[in-house]
Design a protein around this ligand. Sequence first.
Ligand code: MN
Length: 146
Amino acid sequence: MSQYNAIASVPTSTTASSQDVNPDNPPLILLAEDNETNIQTFSSYLTAINYRIILARNGLEAIAQAKANLPDIILMDIQMPTMDGLEPTRQIRLDPNLISTPIVALTALAMEGDRDRCLAAGMNGYISKPLKLKQLARQIAELLVT
Ligand code: MN
């Protein structure tokens, strides 16, 4: 577990202590991702550092799960079947309860302009695959305190 301790103590801001996951009320993460390997990797890692995880395997599920569960943060794969991650983001943003919920794009695309498209759709951040788990944890922690 020592590697996880190191993540929690990353000094990203002056309110570092509030970034620690409260074990009594762990933040709820909606992971919208269609790749089973990624689902297993991300959810086991994030669960190990005390987040709660709910899953969506396509864009429509992502919208439904977001509305039903009001997660604290949403990790949105951009490449999913039937609907990419941009359209669900736009629709989630239309819900008054989800206007300010942080949404982070997870994408294998590294093309110029992708970041702008994600931000224009209403996303707060952008992580390129293959993503580093520690980087993911740091970005989640930063978005949860803002
Ligand atoms: Mn995908």
